[in-house]
Write a protein that binds this ligand. Sequence first.
Ligand code: HEC
Length: 114
Amino acid sequence: MSNRWLFFLLIPVSMVLASGTAMAKPKGDSIAGKQKSEACAGCHGVDGNSAAPSFPKLAGQNTDYIVHALSAYQSGDRKNDVMAGMAAPLSDQDKADLGAYFASQKGLNMPWVK
Ligand code: HEC
C-alpha cells in the first residue's frame, strides 16, 4: 500500500476518534440551561448581562470557558466564596447546559453575535 492510500485511510479513522472525544463530555442544552440559570440571574442578569460591575458578564462568553471556570470553582483552583457555593452542586451536564445558554445570549457591544 502506498503512503497516499494510508493517508486517505487515516482521515476517516481520525474523524471517528475525534467524534469519540467530543462525546466524552456532555453536550450543552441551552434550553435546559436557561431554566438552570434562574439561580444565577440575580447576580449575572437574566441573559448574562449583569447590571453591576462586580458581577462578570456571561452573555456571549464561550461555553468551554464557562464550563472551565465553574469546574475551577468546584476544584478550588479558582477561589471565590460566592461562586464556590454556587458551583458546588452542579453536575457536568449542568455546567454544559449553563455554558450553552449563556454562550447563546447576545453580549453587549458584540455586533458579530447575531
Ligand atoms: C450572589 C451572586 C452570584 C450568583 C448567584 C452567581 N454568581 Fe457567578 N459570579 C459571581 C461573582 C462575584 C463572580 C466573580 C468571582 C471571581 O472573582 O472569581 C462570578 C463569576 C462567575 C463566573 C466566571 C466569570 C469569568 O468571567 O471568569 C462564571 C462562569 C459564573 N460566575 C457562573 C455562574 C453561574 C452559572 C451561576 C448560577 C448557577 C452563578 N454564577 C451564580 C457572583 C454570582
